[in-house]
Design a protein around this ligand. Structure first.
Ligand code: NAG
Ligand code: NAG
Ligand code: NAG
Ligand code: NAG
Ligand code: NAG
Length: 450
């Protein structure tokens, strides 16, 4: 009787325990870490299971690495997965609540993340002829709220020159790849570092600020101007710089950036590129099928710690980006464009200048941004000023190249305002001249009569 009672209490205990600690497990994980560039690109193929057979409605995913720039999640049913950040005080971990639209006790998640500033030059300073070595610090195991039954990680490096790496057996090194695992039965919240010290000569270019201005005209043209401040954030150059070595020896300054490729929309025309000293001829401009490729060459090779600053501008025909129905207009353009391969933008400020008289402005962005106050600017022939919409965002990468939409109202009658003003102006001058001439004529005739 008594043993029965103890058993009963134990039962209740385990039931309440089970309802607080869920029966969710990470059944299997295949992870790929691409650290060939300055970015850490991770893909997770994660199978999760609710072992008691209940349908799984949400899942908490933790990102252990700092400076996360981008995350995307897909499920195995090709259904939308909602991603919501869980706000927690005093935690430097990013936690996401993933909620599924298709319920099942077993889910396969495809997760992609990109983070910046997690691969650091080590040593931090090198001489002109030295190789750039870097250190990556990440997580050996999936850092998770749930236990993980089996996991493997494939690391792809930029070079087979690996100075050291975390030796957690089993592992296999083959050329520029490290295969880690399989590791089995890793408990929840196990935090182990994965450290890899290797050669990485890829360009460590950081765009400190991107100021992108889009000026919309209803006369067929959209003008884009980008003001860019850029720093080489790899190993800093120590000691003197020899241009002679740089030009004569192919191995000299390998981590320096001589040129890089920027992509503009295929319909871009009237392209200009200038730094603080004036014009720079773009060394190469290639028309590709779906873009214009520009090879930009700064005046000097960019070594670690060196900065450059320039302005790039072009026009695009508005019929490709601006749609209208009656007085309603819709502008669809990229928030940012491709500045260089594997780019990392610390902060982008996007400013959209609309034609004078635009109203009812509504902005929809593909991800969250910081909206700035609407403004008005005045240029010549403006009476009330042009509406300016502006927003900013930090820590952007290529995955953020996607479209915003901006809706506004504009009365077609207002379109006639500027030409009307010009005509009026010319007309007034014309009248004025006639009056002057007449005045002059009558004066002289009076004079003659007298
Ligand atoms: C950078 O990105 C390009 C294309 O986006 C890719 O082909 C290249 O391998 C990447 N890595 C490096 C180190 O440039
Ligand atoms: C976090 O801290 C702020 C003040 O520092 C407080 O107002 C807020 O309620 C806290 N949020 C949570 C979820 O504890
Ligand atoms: C995650 O989202 C679901 C659905 O909105 C909610 O029921 C659940 O409480 C959330 N979990 C956390 C940890 O916020
Ligand atoms: C810049 O280039 C444009 C067009 O190529 C030219 O008209 C202009 O004179 C140049 N300005 C300078 C300062 O070189
Ligand atoms: C720009 C930025 O947020 N950098 C952070 C990246 O992560 C490291 C480590 O947490 C921070 O020290 C940096 O401030």
């Amino acid at each position: 009787m008594e043993t029965n009672w103890v058993f009963f209490v134990a039962m209740i205990f385990s039931v309440t325990l089970n309802s607080t600690i869920s029966d969710v497990i990470n059944k299997n994980l295949e992870r790929t870490l691409d650290i060939t560039s300055q970015l850490v690109k991770t893909t997770y193929k994660l199978t999760v299971e609710e072992t008691s057979g209940k349908p799984l409605k949400d899942y908490e995913f933790i990102v252990r690495e700092p400076n996360l720039s981008y995350i995307s999640v897909k499920d195995g049913f090709n259904k939308k997965v909602e991603i919501e950040e869980i706000q927690e005080n005093g935690s430097n971990l990013l936690k996401f609540n993933l909620t599924f639209s298709e319920f099942s006790s077993k889910q396969t998640l495809l997760i992609e993340t990109v983070s910046t500033k997690n691969i650091l030059a080590y040593p931090s300073h090198i001489k002109q002829n030295d190789k750039q070595l870097v250190k990556f610090v990440g997580s050996l195991y999936l850092y998770s709220k749930y236990p993980t039954y089996a996991q493997k990680t494939n690391v792809i490096l930029s070079s087979p020159n690996i100075l050291s790496h975390t030796q957690a057996k089993p592992f296999l090194v083959s050329s520029n790849k490290i295969f880690l695992g399989p590791y089995e039965n890793i408990e929840r919240l196990v935090d182990e570092e994965l450290v890899i010290h290797y050669e990485n000569q890829s360009p460590f270019l950081t765009v400190n600020t991107l100021g992108r201005t889009i000026e919309v005209s209803h006369w067929g043209n959209i003008a884009v101007k980008e003001s860019i401040h850029m720093t080489h954030t790899g190993a800093k150059l120590k000691g003197p710089f020899s241009r002679y070595d740089f030009q004569k020896d192919g191995r000299s300054g390998q981590s320096a950036v001589k040129s890089y490729k920027t992509y503009l929309p295929a319909s871009a025309f009237g392209v200009y590129y200038r730094d603080t000293n004036g014009n720079i001829s773009t060394s190469n401009m290639n028309l590709l099928r779906d873009s214009v490729e520009l090879e930009l060459r700064p005046r000097f090779p960019l070594f670690g710690g060196w900065k450059t600053q320039y302005i790039l501008g072009y026009n695009v025909p508005s019929y490709e980006y601006l749609f209208s129905s009656g007085n309603e207009y819709l502008l669809k353009m990229h928030v940012i464009d491709h500045i260089h391969d594997n780019m990392s933008i610390d902060e982008a400020v996007v400013t959209i200048i609309l034609p004078e008289g635009s109203s009812n402005i509504e902005l929809v962005t593909p991800y969250s941004i910081k909206r700035r106050q609407n403004d008005l600017i005045h240029t010549y022939l403006d009476t009330v000023g042009r509406p300016v919409v502006s927003f900013s965002q930090q820590n952007l990468v290529e995955s953020h190249i996607s479209q915003f939409t901006l809706k506004y109202r504009f009365s077609k009658i207002s379109l006639l305002q500027e030409p009307f003003l010009v005509i009026l102006f010319i007309y007034i001058i014309f009248l004025f001249t006639i009056v002057l001439l007449r005045l002059d004529f009558s004066l002289t005739s009076h004079f003659h009569k007298d």
